[in-house]
Ligand binder design. Structure first.
Ligand code: C5P
Length: 245
């Protein structure tokens, strides 16, 4: 099964907010994931399966959720030598995931190898630029001079030239990345927080409306929805905010 993913702006065509919302299923096991999906009540098209859930529930969960009609964003943040990352792309081909992440910091050779490994049924590839939990002091602690914005732009431009379909960056950089990488890039944006909500461990955040206005394709929202007493209502409030933008 494959999932078509296209967010290139076409005149007169609006992509519905539901199609642009990914809820992060950051839960420890399949049972908790299915319970959360039931509580979301179809409010989003995309479900993000990250390391915590994938390492515990694996491909069976991805195939089941895709079979239920959801689009799956496999957020595995691959970062290894080119040969290994290419093999991982082949291993998840055909599962029904629409999007897969790799770390841009793996460099052009790794990204090109990932892109070259795509075959029919492979997910689109997104390069993670700088984690939204990192600020300038975190970046400098790993030896990267300059601001997160400079580093995001450098990595996004390199990722585009290396064959990536899109990028993950914070809402603070999305306008610059959109301008640098063009309308066809799929820009997936975590770090979304309703006005006044807790930032948790995120450092570079904005509201859903601001992220959409700045050029985001898909918003990733975790705790503001999944920890809410009524996750479906919290998701619908974010959809309303997206529509208003
Ligand atoms: O709970 P919260 O809304 O902060 O969740 C954000 C989600 O987006 C998490 O699943 C996290 O792994 C993911 N993510 C991120 N920053 C990135 C890439 C992915 O926060 N750069």
């Amino acid at each position: 099964m494959t999932t078509s993913v296209s967010f290139a702006p076409q005149e007169g065509v609006q992509v519905a907010a539901r199609d642009r919302l990914a809820v992060a299923l950051d839960v420890p096991d399949a049972k908790s994931a299915y319970e959360l999906v039931d509580r979301l009540d179809g409010a989003c098209r995309w479900l993000k399966v990250g390391m915590e859930l994938y390492y515990s529930a694996g491909n069976g969960l991805v195939e089941t959720l895709a079979g239920r009609g959801y689009s799956i964003f496999l957020d595995l943040k691959l970062h290894d030598i080119p040969n290994t990352v290419a093999g991982a792309v082949r291993s998840v081909t055909g599962l029904g995931a629409g999007l897969l992440t790799v770390h841009a910091f793996g460099g052009p050779a790794m990204l090109r190898a990932a892109a070259a490994a795509k075959a029919p049924g492979a997910p689109k590839l997104l390069a993670v630029t700088v984690l939204t939990s990192m600020d300038q002091s975190e970046l400098s602690a790993v030896g990267v001079p300059g601001s997160p914005a400079d580093q995001v732009l450098r990595l996004a431009t390199m990722a585009k030239a290396s064959g990536m379909d899109g990028m993950v960056c914070s809402p603070e950089e999305v306008a610059a990345v959109r301008a640098a990488t063009g309308p066809e890039s799929i820009l997936v944006i975590p770090g979304i927080r309703p006005a006044g909500a807790a930032a948790d461990d995120q450092r570079r955040t904005a509201t859903a409306a601001d992220a959409i206005r700045r050029g985001a394709s898909i918003l990733v929202v975790g705790r503001p929805i999944t920890k809410a007493p009524d996750p479906a209502a919290a998701a619908r409030a974010i959809l309303d905010e997206m529509e208003s933008a």
